[in-house]
Ligand binder design. Structure first.
Ligand SMILES: [Zn+2]
Length: 64
């Protein structure tokens, strides 16, 4: 389990964003290297920062 700084966690390596309030084991948040983690309070904040896709496990509506 990853320590949550904020609700949304972006992976800048896969360019996917996760909702840690709805974490699925398939998200494999523990596998994200610390220098690929970016934290956000809101999903729109994340989307404005990077062109993230939604994680299909915790957010759904994946576009890729
Ligand atoms: Zn996820």
């Amino acid at each position: 389990m990853v320590y949550k700084y904020k609700r949304y966690l972006g992976n800048t390596n896969t360019v996917e964003v996760h909702d840690t309030n709805n974490e699925n084991t398939n998200c494999q948040l523990d596998e994200i290297a610390s220098d690929h983690r970016k934290w956000y309070d809101t999903l729109s904040e994340a989307k404005n920062d990077y062109d993230y896709d939604n994680c299909s496990w915790c957010l759904g509506d994946s576009q890729r």
